[in-house]
Design a protein. Structure first.
Length: 189
């Protein structure tokens, strides 16, 4: 039995070595990049569920990449999977670039988590042509961001639109009106 195992190891020495290196790199990335994502997210004052969503997605992507590389190392025949890989590339392209896609909201979530300006508690003004939406960032979720206005209204805003619109973070002066309307004149002022 031992001779068979040694003969197999001699035949597949390169594959076993590359797989061991892949496992080392996988563990290195998982235990160095994961805590960095957590620290960056906690620095952005995100809620625990948003942090766990970010780590969950990171671990899934890292694990899928490690399995794909392991399959390549061991000579898995990918010719039959050409259609699948083309579909994955198309979905990834839509996730990164199509503004109407739900996947683009998830991609935007990771950008918002890593961006210091979009911390929980920051006041933002999102400009849309002649109007704007403003409020305090309450939560950043996978698909949307919850803003709380000064009048305690809850605004749910898609993450991809938050990144694609001009945004003023912590403006010097909060507007009291919407759009082009002049500010209200109060009695005695």
């Amino acid at each position: 039995m031992l001779t068979e195992v040694l003969a197999w190891l001699a035949d597949y020495k390169l594959n076993v070595t590359l797989t061991a290196l892949l496992l080392i790199f996988y563990l290195l990335f998982r235990f160095t990049i994961g805590p960095r994502i957590r620290a960056k997210a906690e620095h952005g004052r995100l809620k625990d569920d948003a942090i766990s969503n970010a780590l969950w997605a990171f671990n899934i992507i890292l694990t899928l990449a490690a399995f794909a590389l392991a399959f390549i190392i061991w000579g898995f025949d990918f010719r039959g999977l050409l259609t699948l890989s083309a579909s994955i590339l198309a979905v990834t392209g839509v996730a990164l670039f199509a503004g109407w896609s739900l996947l683009s909201n998830i991609t935007a979530f990771f950008v918002l988590v890593a961006h210091a300006s979009f911390r929980r508690g920051n006041y933002v003004r999102i400009l849309e042509a002649d109007n704007y939406i403003e409020g305090y960032i309450s939560e950043i979720n996978l698909f949307n961001t919850k803003l709380i206005s000064e009048s305690r209204e809850v605004v749910i805003y898609p993450n991809n639109l938050l990144l694609s619109r001009p945004t003023v973070v912590n403006p010097r002066e909060h507007f009291n009106t919407a759009g082009k309307l002049p500010p209200l004149v109060r009695d005695g002022q």
